[in-house]
Design a protein around this ligand. Structure first.
Ligand code: MG
Length: 249
């Protein structure tokens, strides 16, 4: 069931997601060769707490950290570690959740570590733009699948594949709520979109196949063929004036 937020709840969603936006904005300058992902995680946790929030992922389903840090062929749910040191030419997906007064924020970006290849740059660019193509469809009267189709068309036109085993989602008091938002067109219209829905839209794409596997740590999802993957996510609210991006500073 999809529960519409009250205006008061929407304000709490704005605050939770603003914390996420600040983390994603400020972390960019910290991402450089030689940095380990554990240090990024500690910084993010302290920053979220200092902003009056709580980490949204830590402890969720047993996840051990504040950030998901997913490098190169890792799609999502990479676990921060002192042993994972960013290298020149890597791309790293940073996914962060924050809770404020019981409401969740969720957002992700993929960052370049130093100079990256043109193929990595194009993959990231395609993923980011596809997110905005999806967001354009997030308005009253459209269907959930209109978001999926917009992402699907944009990504495929640029020759990339879309991960199918992971999806976007409704968000609110719970990190994951209905509706599920596929990043590809499954031919089914899905629920109608309404004002005061809050949605996390998050394309995950690869420059190889769409198949993914989960590593033995039971979290990290990687591309089955070792291809590169990018991930962008914004939480948005559907308003009378169209989509409002909440994970933006
Ligand atoms: Mg999400």
């Amino acid at each position: 069931m999809i529960r519409l937020k009250t205006n008061k709840e929407l304000d709490l969603m704005r605050k939770a997601n603003r914390i996420v936006a600040i983390i994603l904005s400020e972390i960019e300058s910290r991402i450089k060769p030689g940095v380990n992902t554990y240090d990024l995680d500690i910084w993010a946790e302290e920053k979220i707490l200092s902003l009056g929030g709580k980490p949204g992922f830590k402890g969720y389903g047993g996840f051990p950290a504040t950030l998901c840090t997913s490098i190169n062929n890792e799609v999502v749910h990479g676990i921060p570690s002192k042993d994972r040191i960013l290298e020149e030419g890597d791309i790293v997906g940073i996914d962060v959740g924050a809770v404020y007064k019981g409401f969740n924020g969720d957002g992700a970006r993929t960052f370049a570590v130093g100079e990256v290849s043109n193929k990595a740059r194009d993959l990231m660019d395609t993923c980011e733009k596809s997110l905005y193509e999806g967001i354009k469809m997030a308005k009253e009267g459209k269907r959930v699948n209109d978001i999926s189709v917009a992402i699907d068309r944009f990504v495929r036109a640029r020759g990339y594949e879309i991960v199918r085993d992971l999806t976007g989602h409704g968000i609110g008091e719970n990190l994951h709520e209905d509706p599920q938002i596929l990043n590809y067109d499954n031919g089914q219209k899905g629920p109608r979109l309404k004002v005061n829905m809050t949605l996390a839209i998050e394309p995950m794409i690869t420059n190889g196949g769409y198949e993914v596997i989960t590593l033995n740590n039971e979290w990290t999802v990687v591309t089955a063929d070792g291809s590169l993957s990018a991930h962008y996510e914004n939480t948005i609210a559907i308003t009378e004036n169209g989509p409002e991006i909440l994970t933006k500073v």
